[in-house]
Design a protein around this ligand. Structure first.
Ligand SMILES: O=P(O)(O)O[C@H]1O[C@H](CO)[C@@H](O)[C@H]1O
Ligand SMILES: Nc1nc2[nH]cnc2c(=O)[nH]1
Length: 285
């Protein structure tokens, strides 16, 4: 478990290596690493060279931290995130959020690939996350378990306002302006630990409890980001349809997940590139 001092060291080391003082952090979901290409004047670092940083082990997650400028906003982008099923400690999964905070990041945009549970959703839809269900949290898996470090945040942070409503509205407006009305959605994301995909009965249950999409990430990062006071915006790319019926041969595969990411890369990049300059930061740059 990284200590506060280790977090400080990593943040200081990163600021030392490159000229950017990022105000915005981006996390790329499976197959969505192309978002990093939006950054100009890039300075790229491999996770393996960054002190205390975990390594990426999943296909579609390059394992690089990219600094750069997006239409004038200094950004840091994680090309590759960490998942519980890789065997990382939950506080290693959220470690980069603390590093973002200590480097001065104010707003985080998280993306993921997810299975669509809502029957009205199609593969390729972009779902603005309005809320989440931390299902592993019901069984005692929460990134804030253990001693609380007040330097990051409160012992008991609220999560009813986890997903910034202004940013949700902004994203929806931008999406409509870009002509994405047919495939932009707003819904609830549920995380499971994975790595096995859901059974049919599990998908039916998740749909009944109010989830619109299911994945294996994001929620723990969001909890940590909110704990230390960063604004959060997140969206899911619906990369596959969750299987809800017994009379079909359909099944989830990581290949389909990556392929849908490729097919929608252009629209996702346009959405983020258009949104970012419209996000107000409290600091000037
Ligand atoms: O959530 P991201 O990192 O986008 O990845 C999603 O895609 C992978 C499964 O195909 C899982 O890792 C799931 O969490
Ligand atoms: N748990 C889960 N994660 C995903 N990531 C992409 N698609 C899926 C899915 O159907 N289920």
């Amino acid at each position: 478990i990284p200590t506060y001092e280790e977090c400080k060291n990593t943040a200081a080391w990163l600021l030392d290596q490159q000229p950017f003082r990022p105000l915005l952090g981006i996390v790329c979901g499976s197959g969505l690493g192309g978002l990093a290409d939006l950054l100009k004047d890039q300075k790229v670092m491999s996770y393996s060279e960054i002190p205390h940083f975990p390594q990426s082990t999943v296909q579609g997650h390059a394992g690089k931290l990219v600094f750069g400028s997006l239409k004038g906003t200094p950004c840091v982008c994680m090309q590759g995130r960490f998942h519980l099923y890789e065997g990382h400690h939950i506080q290693k999964i959220t470690f980069p959020m603390k590093i973002f905070k200590l480097m001065g990041v104010e707003t985080v945009i998280l993306t993921n690939a997810a299975g669509g549970l809502n029957q009205e959703y199609n593969v390729g839809d972009i779902m603005i996350i309005k809320d989440h269900i931390n299902l592993p949290g019901f069984a005692g898996i929460n990134p804030l378990m253990g001693p609380n470090d007040e330097r990051f945040g409160l012992r008991f942070p609220a999560m009813s306002d986890a997903y910034d409503r202004e940013l949700q509205q902004l994203a929806e407006k931008v999406a409509i302006d870009l002509g994405y009305k047919e495939f932009i959605r707003r819904g609830v994301y549920c995380t499971l630990t994975g790595p096995s995909f859901e059974t049919i009965a599990e998908c039916r249950m998740l749909s009944m409890i109010g989830a619109d999409a299911v994945g294996m990430s994001t929620v723990h990062e969001v909890i940590a980001a909110r704990h230390c006071g960063m604004r959060v915006f997140a969206f899911s790319l619906i990369t596959n349809q969750a299987v809800m019926d017994y009379d079909t041969d359909m099944k989830a595969t990581h290949d389909e997940v990556l392929q849908t990411g490729k097919d929608r890369a252009h629209q996702l990049e346009a959405l983020v590139a258009t949104m970012v300059p419209l996000i107000k930061q409290s600091k000037t740059h």
